[in-house]
Design a protein around this ligand. Structure first.
Ligand SMILES: Cc1cc2nc3c(=O)[nH]c(=O)nc-3n(C[C@H](O)[C@H](O)[C@H](O)COP(=O)(O)OP(=O)(O)OC[C@H]3O[C@@H](n4cnc5c(N)ncnc54)[C@H](O)[C@@H]3O)c2cc1C
Length: 507
């Protein structure tokens, strides 16, 4: 392995390109800063990314590749060595903690490739109040507007003719009905003008996208090859790259070193997986946005194993899961095809249940590509995933022991899980359709551990996203969220990233 050293006096380094990283990096570059993004995953092979002229792309796992390319990493509290990397181009990472399992992803564009594109502001009142005197709902509100505009979010109204929504699906159900939507729900999809004839469109910026095909369900958690789902690679990174943003794919950061002597405050060490080389970059400002699991892992690794960062007494405290509880809903009703329509079909609840937790679901994506016998695929088409979510207590603790990350999350102490389990149970009882949900909840919305606070005694980052006792090092992803948003968090993470970038000003 060769050693490459790069030093650039102007650079801001952003680690990760999901909602926290891509949005912050793009805004900084557009404001005139010299920004390099280091992303461990590859560019994905999609119609919009092709139209951006990106040459090195990796297809989403389909067919037999589901066995070999769906998983990047597998790890957990009890894994020898903490975990194993299965395929550096893999799409998902899974971590088994105590009381909380995490699924997150890896690509240029981060979680935007696998998410369900539900754009929802926090469902808990006064979300941003009371954490730091300089941050409030009023300060953050314009940043939400900016994200929704850039992601071209649409309001799903009845006249759009979206098939197989919960409202349509449960219209004649004896036991179930559509849950009322959250305030101002938006979706990050390019919906077809004519649902029977989805086409390809080219935007003014030259980006090509295929409208969502309601009959294909190929825009869900296995990626959106046609670009029907709005992802960060073309929505945020493409315009910023025209303004000079540099994106280094397949570059995995292994260390952040605070330099007390020399020109630059930080040295970032990474592995370039294209040629397996060890590389370095130096900068005064480093924005950490590797997603909750990996941002915490990197900070702990640097502080406790390498000794290249210090301080952060609140690191790992207030880890949360947004109350996520996922299940497989074996609906199995003759003639049913749950894969029609959008990847998520909307909220569902028991008729008359006024205290129902937030439950949503949808059919499994891209089922025809699964390397399974046809009978099994048809069965999966009749099934759905069901997800409960809501505000949790964020009272989990993340630590590192002997170089291994550990998550301890007492899910029994957050009432949302008991409510969701009770709702699953009652739905099963009344409808006779089984819901298989693991005893330990799986979250796709891990939050906290490097939380916003007002001082080093109650948080890790300040109102600018800067780590209190490591000036010049910022956290712009979900690990900085001070509270569970109670609903899908991507837009809240995006707003936080917009806010951090706005604090740098123009260059
Ligand atoms: C199946 C699924 C469905 C979801 N649906 C929704 C939804 O409908 N609405 C919603 O609001 N949210 C949804 N989410 C959650 C949403 O995707 C996440 O909350 C969001 O992506 C988190 O943003 P982030 O910036 O914190 O991290 P991420 O988006 O995960 O980005 C982190 C990036 O950092 C990279 N990285 C990690 N380690 C390193 C390293 N060492 N060096 C370099 N790069 C690194 C990763 O590869 C990744 O690309 C969903 C998530 C999943 C998994």
């Amino acid at each position: 392995m060769s050693l490459v050293t790069t030093s650039d006096s102007e650079k801001i380094i952003v680690i990760g390109s999901g909602f926290g990283g891509a949005i912050c990096a793009a805004r900084l570059a557009e404001a005139g800063h010299s920004v390099t993004v280091l992303e461990r995953g590859p560019w994905r092979d999609t119609v919009p990314v092709r139209s951006m002229g990106i040459k090195r792309r990796v297809a989403f796992p389909r067919g037999r590749k589901l066995f070999t390319e769906a998983l990047r990493n597998l790890g957990g509290n009890r894994f020898p060595g903490g975990g194993v990397r299965l395929n550096k181009k893999g799409l998902f990472e899974v971590f088994y903690g105590d009381g909380s399992h995490i699924a997150c992803s890896s690509s240029v564009g981060g979680g935007s490739h696998v998410y369900s594109a539900s754009h929802v502001r926090p469902l808990v009142d006064h979300y941003w109040e009371g954490h730091n005197p300089a941050i409030s709902d009023a300060v953050m509100s314009p940043h939400y507007d900016a994200v929704l505009e850039r992601m071209a979010s649409v309001t799903p109204t009845a006249d759009l003719g979206i098939p197989n929504t919960s409202a349509a699906r449960f219209r004649d159900s004896e036991h179930l009905e559509a849950a009322p939507p959250p305030p101002d729900p938006r979706l990050g999809y390019l919906l077809p003008k004519d649902p029977n004839k989805p086409g390809k469109v080219t935007g003014a910026d030259g980006i090509e996208r295929c409208e969502v095909d309601y009959s294909a369900n190929d825009d869900g958690f296995l990626g959106s090859p046609g670009g029907g789902k709005t992802t960060l690679d073309f929505a945020y990174l493409a315009p910023a790259m025209k303004a000079g943003l540099e994106v280094k794919d397949m570059c995995e950061v292994t260390a952040i070193v605070r330099q007390y002597y020399g020109d630059r405050r930080y040295r970032v060490e990474y592995t370039d997986h294209h040629n397996n080389s060890k590389c370095l970059l130096e900068a005064d400002h480093v924005v950490l946005a590797a997603g909750t699991l990996n941002t915490l892992r990197l900070l702990f690794h640097c502080r406790d194993t390498l000794g290249t960062l210090a301080g952060m007494p609140q690191l790992g405290k207030r880890y949360g899961t947004n109350g996520d509880h996922l299940g497989f809903w074996d609906y199995n009703e003759q003639g049913l095809n749950q894969t029609l329509g959008l990847p998520t079909t909307g909220g569902v609840k028991l008729k008359g249940d006024e205290n129902a937790p937030m439950l949503g679901g949808g059919g499994f994506p891209s089922v025809d590509s699964y390397p399974l016998p046809k009978r099994l695929r048809e069965r999966i088409k009749r099934a759905a995933f069901i997800a409960g979510l809501g505000e949790d207590n964020m009272n989990g603790v993340v630590t590192m022991r002997r170089g291994k990350l550990r998550i301890e999350y007492p899910h029994g102490t957050s009432s949302i899980f008991a409510r969701t389990r009770a709702a699953f149970h009652e739905i099963e009882k009344r409808t006779g359709k089984k819901i298989y949900a693991p005893r330990t909840p799986i979250t796709v919305h891990p939050t906290g551990g490097a939380c916003l606070g007002s001082s080093v005694d109650n948080g890790v980052v300040d109102a600018n996203g800067q780590i209190f006792d490591n000036p010049g090092l910022y956290v712009s992803d979900a690990s900085a969220l001070p509270r569970s948003p109670g609903g899908p968090p991507a837009i809240t993470i995006g707003a936080w990233a917009e806010h951090i970038a706005s604090q740098f000003g123009k260059h």
